[in-house]
Design a binder for this molecule. Structure first.
Ligand code: NAP
Ligand code: ZN
Length: 347
């Protein structure tokens, strides 16, 4: 065991603060990563604040980790010391079930071990990436392409894969009309990725405040959802709508924007149930779906795609002691477009 520095929440209401945590010794199949950057995902805020049910404290958040391998176990074949690597929302899974064998470790039947707040093999709860080091089994560590800086790569490990996987699953490419609801961490990655895939993109944001950014990131159109005319003008337009909004939405309004056989896929995970009228689906053969991050193979594929297309996240790098301020800004939709913690400020 080694003791390393970290930031943790001690309750749903107290500010996060500095602490120390234990990391396990490097086993034969493990790699030790010196964390350089970790992104702040809205999920961290939901988790810390107990939005989805009570959390176990102390809770060390962050599951968008980028760093350098500094030690490898005796049996490790996939990584070597000095490699630039990432770890996302999962650090292990059962591996023997059909879903793991199909590369869908996020839906593992035996229980995915999440990067934080999840029971590990030894029964302890995993602490997340808001710390200086992490020990992870080599199969859940991915390579970051040379062309992407580590700070801009960190958010790809959750925001990147969460948006990439469904864009691929629903065949986004030239000729497809895609709407991205919410221009935050996930939303801005959806715009960049769908643009690189060749789709025609419309951002649906609460206001036009971020229009210039949205167009610069690759959107073709940008409309405000606080203007009722948007819903009239765009009725029946989109093949795919990706909903990244962390709060409750009027689903029927958005489903009405789908073309015949169009799909709306939800990543946003508000604590309150969402409701819809089945007529919003029946009239037009529309579908409403959900998606959870992506598997490990697909995460590597996404990183390689980002390397080829020169895609990183738009970030604001902050020291660890600004984490509480950053949470408030994310909650106020004042994130441009991902906060990334410089782990050297924890040391
Ligand atoms: P974020 O950076 O806060 O972005 C969410 C965006 O939603 C905001 O920037 C804002 O965009 C819009 N929004 C916020 N409140 C709204 C409201 N009341 N009404 C309408 N729009 C609103 O969050 P994120 O990190 O992208 O995460 C978004 C959600 O996805 C969270 O619930 C998170 O837990 C979830 N998530 C899911 C997965 C998955 O695998 N399914 C993975 C990661 C995250 P505008 O200002 O442009 O309107
Ligand atoms: Zn996340």
């Amino acid at each position: 065991m080694s003791t390393v520095k970290a930031y943790a929440a001690t309750s749903a209401t107290e500010p996060l603060g500095p602490t120390t945590i234990e990391r396990r010794d490097v086993g034969p199949h493990d790699v030790l990563i010196e964390i350089r950057y970790s992104g702040i995902c809205h999920t961290d805020i939901h988790s810390v604040r107990g939005d989805w049910g009570p959390a176990a404290y102390p809770l060390v958040p962050d599951h968008e980790i980028a760093g350098i391998v500094t030690e490898v176990g005796s049996e490790v074949t996939r990584h070597t010391v000095g490699d630039r690597v990432g770890v996302g929302c999962m650090v292990n899974s059962f591996r023997e079930c059909t879903r793991c064998r199909n590369g869908q470790e996020q839906y593992c039947l035996g229980g995915t071990v999440l990067t934080y707040g999840s029971a590990d093999a030894d029964g302890t709860l995993t602490p997340g990436g808001c710390s200086t080091h992490v020990v992870v089994t080599e199969d859940f560590v991915v390579r970051i392409p040379e062309g992407i800086s580590l700070n801009e790569a960190a958010p790809l490990l959750c925001a990147g894969i969460t948006t990439y996987a469904p864009l691929r699953r629903w065949g986004v490419g030239p000729g497809k009309k895609v709407a991205v609801v919410g221009l935050g961490g996930l939303g801005h990655m959806a715009v960049k990725l769908a643009h690189a895939m060749g789709a025609e993109i419309t951002v649906l944001s609460q206001s036009l405040n971020k229009k210039d950014d949205g167009l610069r990131l690759g959107a073709d159109h940008y409309q405000a959802t606080n203007d009722p005319a948007t819903f009239e003008q765009l009725a029946g337009t989109f093949d795919l709508i990706v909903n990244t909004v962390s709060a409750k939405l009027d689903l029927d309004g958005y489903l009405g924007l789908l073309a015949v056989n169009g799909t709306m896929v939800n990543f946003g995970a508000p604590s309150e149930p969402l409701s819809l009228s089945v007529f919003s689906l029946i009239m037009g053969g529309r579908s409403y779906s959900g998606s959870l991050i992506g598997g490990i193979r697909e995460t590597q594929e996404m990183l390689d795609f980002c390397g080829e297309h020169d895609i990183g996240s738009e970030i604001e790098v902050i020291p660890a002691d600004k984490i509480n301020e950053a949470y408030e800004r994310v909650l106020a939709s004042d994130v441009r477009y991902r906060f990334v913690i410089d782990a050297s400020t924890l040391a």
